[in-house]
Design a protein. Structure first.
Ligand SMILES: NC(=O)c1ccc[n+]([C@@H]2O[C@H](COP(=O)([O-])OP(=O)(O)OC[C@H]3O[C@@H](n4cnc5c(N)ncnc54)[C@H](OP(=O)(O)O)[C@@H]3O)[C@@H](O)[C@H]2O)c1
Length: 297
């Protein structure tokens, strides 16, 4: 396998498809290092760091976007048929660029239900949900693309602007109790930082598929309880899962059908990445600090 490390002696330009929550955060972290990073959006904007890309539109990004591009990251989920939105429109273009590195944000949903057991990259993918089956198809398309691809499998993503605090303040939180149910999660800062760390060390030890998760999978109720405590508010009485089923949308319900502890041992033990937020307590503290700085709270 080829290696794709960042070589600081050369100019770098990143194109990030999907400037949503993670894509935008990662782009900002890349810019802080002095590299150029453009993000895509399905809306036309005046922002020169942003370009239009909608896989359902016949308009493709203009040629000048691609000039000098060395790195590409896709943060766009699969389309309804399981095709990858970027590859289905731009595979040939990407191949023509002679890229140093291509990243793809995937999900740990591809592992399916492990009934609370730990899961590592060595475990076979056994997707349960249709969306996770489509995701696995996209992973395969990237792996077969003959591009220098690295895949990041992510659990629930949270961070400033997308945390339990936001749900509590918007009053759209449901406090649900389901015994023995855990979720894994990752703060968006660790997604960005782990990717940049891997870009640096890929030369010595390149792994094609990597989980990025924190150290502490735990119940959702534990996280919600802690959030209420930090806000100085009283948590509502939890609803038992069986009763909550009627209140949940099919997509929300589907998340409760899987119970997994995602291992980060490859990233943190084998490769030596140090998490910024090793658990939800550290991550939530950061979210709250930022909300206070922005006078949102
Ligand atoms: N959220 C989670 O907890 C979680 C967990 C594991 C994995 N993931 C996956 O990780 C990736 C990043 O997650 P995120 O939560 O940061 O995503 P996000 O905020 O929902 O952003 C998704 C981005 O994809 C773009 N997009 C969607 N469909 C598109 C299409 N057909 N053509 C062009 N662009 C399209 C959106 O464009 P607009 O900006 O124009 O809307 C947006 O920029 C996604 O693939 C997501 O499924 C998410």
């Amino acid at each position: 396998m080829e290696n794709f490390a960042i070589d600081s002696s050369k100019k770098k330009k990143f194109i990030i498809f999907g400037g949503g929550f993670s894509g935008n955060y990662i782009a900002n972290e890349i810019r802080k290092l002095g590299y150029k990073a453009l993000t895509s959006s399905r809306q036309v904007t005046n922002n020169p760091s942003n370009f239009f890309f909608d896989s359902l539109s016949s308009t493709l990004p203009p040629e000048h976007i691609f000039e000098g591009t060395t790195h590409v990251l896709s943060c766009i989920p699969p389309d309804k048929s399981g095709k990858d939105p970027v590859l289905s429109r731009l595979h040939k273009k990407l191949k023509s660029l002679n890229l140093e590195w291509v990243g793809y944000l995937s999900t740990t949903g591809v592992y399916g239900n492990t009934f609370g057991e730990w899961v590592t990259e060595k475990d076979p993918a056994k997707p349960l949900q249709d969306r996770s089956k489509r995701r696995l198809l996209c992973e395969k398309s990237w792996l077969d693309s003959s591009l220098p691809v690295q895949i990041f499998r992510l659990p629930g993503i949270y961070g400033p602007g997308r945390s339990t605090f936001d749900s509590i303040l918007k009053k759209n939180i449901k406090v649900i109790h389901k015994p023995n149910q855990v979720f894994s999660r990752i703060h968006v800062a660790d997604i960005a930082n782990a990717i940049l760390f891997l870009l640096k060390i890929n030369n010595e030890n390149f792994k094609q598929i990597i989980n990025i998760a924190d150290n502490y999978p735990t119940s959702q109720i534990e996280v919600i309880q802690h959030s209420y405590k930090l806000l100085g508010l009283r948590m509502p009485e939890p609803i038992n899962f069986e009763d909550a089923k009627k209140l949940l949308s099919p997509i929300a319900l589907s998340f409760w059908e899987e119970n997994r502890r995602v291992s980060n041992a490859m990233l943190c033990k084998d490769l030596g990445y140090k998490l910024i937020h090793k658990d939800y307590k550290s991550g939530l503290k950061n979210c709250l600090e930022i909300m206070k700085q922005k006078n949102l709270i």
